[in-house]
Design a protein around this ligand. Sequence first.
Ligand code: DGJ
Length: 771
Amino acid sequence: MGACPSSVHHSSIRGTIVSIIIRETAGPARGGPGFHLRNEAFSYAFCVLRNGHLGALHAGAPIRGQEGFDDLLKPEPRPYSCSVYRDDPSLSLEHLRLEYPCYGTTDFRLPAIRVEPAAGAVLCDFKYRSWRRFAGRSAIPGLPSTYAESPDEAETLEVELFDELIGATLVLSYTVWRDFAVISRGATIRNDGPRSFALSACASASVDVPMAEGTVLTMSGAWARERELTTRPIAPGLAASYSLRGISGHNGGPFIALASPGTREDSGEVLAMALVYSGNYEAAADTDSFGVTRLRIGLDTREFRWNLEPGESFSTPEALVVWSGRGYEGMSDAFHRIMRTRLARGPWRDRPRPVIANTWEACYWDVNEKLVLELGREAAAAGVELLVVDDGWFSGRRDDSRALGDWRPDPVKFPRGLGPVADDLAKLGLGFGIWMEPEMVSEDSELFRAHPDWVSGDPARPRSPGRNQFVLDLTRPEVAEFVFRSVRDVLSSARVLYLKWDMNRPITEAFSPALPADRRGEFFHRYLLSLYGVIERLAAEFPQVLFESCAGGGGRFDPGMLPYAPQSWTSDDTDAIERLRIQWGASFAYPLSMTDAHVSASPNHQVGRITPIGVRAAVAAFGVSGWELDFRALDAPDRNLAARWTAWWKENRALMASGDFRRLRGFADGDGNEVAWAVVARDRSHAIVLHVRTLAKPNPAWSRLRLRGLDPDRLYRVRRTEASAGAPHPATGAEWRTRGDELQAIGLPVEDGRSITGDFRTLVFELSPAD
Ligand code: DGJ
């Protein structure tokens, strides 16, 4: 069999090898076209099977276009299996690799889609109908998504399928990017029939890959120890990460990866998915007994149920599907680049982020005008650019027991309101930022007394408090409007340049009396749609405001918030040594431009650890750096160091935000005592390396830190700073010249020889061109 040339539709972007190749001619096992999306780094192929469903062919290394990949489809009769056709025992879906599977018609693995029709069996049978292709990428109504800045940087394929009995149209969308090893996927389902039906699962991406060995990587954790990495061997059965908390959560995050056996940072194959979403999700690797793993990501499938009336449609969030043939590093590069440049948006996407001083760990709720201005003066002297008034500024807020929802400045703490405070800070050369937790209400608040019915939950049942507060029912338009206006009024009341949008409890008793009984399962997703809608309106009205997302630290540290808030509070744990682990874990999927990291006091407030200010500043430098301490409490030498580290970060922030992150040595290496990473400029001209030896070791072994990603031919000037001993170079420094090949083949000296410099010894190496 062979494809006749007229049946091949080929497109490519601006002469690059980015293309979508469509082979219309069917082979023996096919019932329609084969599709091959590819760019220089990634090939993704699937086809229409004889029964009209889609078969998965390849998601991995770039390959050339072929005669339709029929060699990859070899249905064979198998014992104890059911077949789609009476005359063909070989077409058993269970034994094929599927692209967007339904349950119940010979496949027994977790389905991508589940439709519950008004009558009859809960089955669906989506059959291929047509395809279309267009340049660029279209937005998803109501949801955050990636975008193309020009039509020639992405191309989208939409494949339409139809279930005749239900009257449902399913459109699967695939965007292939010119510059990223990423395929953006999503699905839209439309009710084209005469009766309503419900959707109880609708994945953003599902693909079956021939991987029976290797590692499943997910994120796990808890408050103050977010983004821990969990590795499990790929083995028959299910490995999953999910949230049912209404937020993506501290305990995981919408990310999952499959890695080939022996994958390291710079070698091995990785297929990964991340979901552009901030609420309940499910990421699963379901391995069967025949060496195939179904990798799937999308909305949660347990609580979710969405009703579709005739004419209505539903779109899933976007899934970013990444393939790397260069280990975990290649995966992270792909996620970082697309998230930073084509998911984050708005004026703050590329602007240098201001150095922030936040009042939270400086004074918690005891914030007031006098203190803010005092801290402002000290912060300005240290080179800080923006002061954020965190929790405690609004009417009667003394602790976490009251006042959420009453967003007026407390008359005792801020008798002149916020405007004059912002103006006075401006005179000090500081921008003004504010904290809000707009989705919440305290029982002891005017808002609650006026609108007790605005709290989400079933009025017939008790509601569970969390941090003494309750969640507003954002699914109700009048509540969403209140939230919008509350924030708008605060942002208009002063020269506000930054907003920290917090969310300090998960959602329990998820329910809105305003939703009809058959729409109860829509609560969580409607909440998210409403939240995105409110922030979108605010971001449009206040383009000058830099939004930072936060949920009790990193409870909403996910791709879904990025289009509105280009940076996110990574964790309430600000201890430098704890942050090594948290920022390390976060870096697997998330760019440094998103990862907010502040220098806080010592002893640290979360774990009591005592570390020198240079250690804290050096670790916080690898992210969006800022300060979270009472500058007045610093002694003169530390004040001086604070200023020098702030100046140093400003010099380097562009590189930190845009460079490639290289994880060099981690807790899983050796005895786990050393952590090292680097940021390397995209043009390889500059790099900054961090090496932290957690506990002092007497008489240490010879040790060199080998770098990656440098230009081997380039002569670099290396400046070494012992951050734990104080200021950045040259105070604690040494300087020499070395070529990239030597730095990669032999490495940087990181041992102490005979001198022991104590715990938490932290080295920073700055590489710049020497010729
Ligand atoms: C949780 C955040 O993560 C903290 O940074 C701080 O803003 C508090 N909430 C305030 O209540």
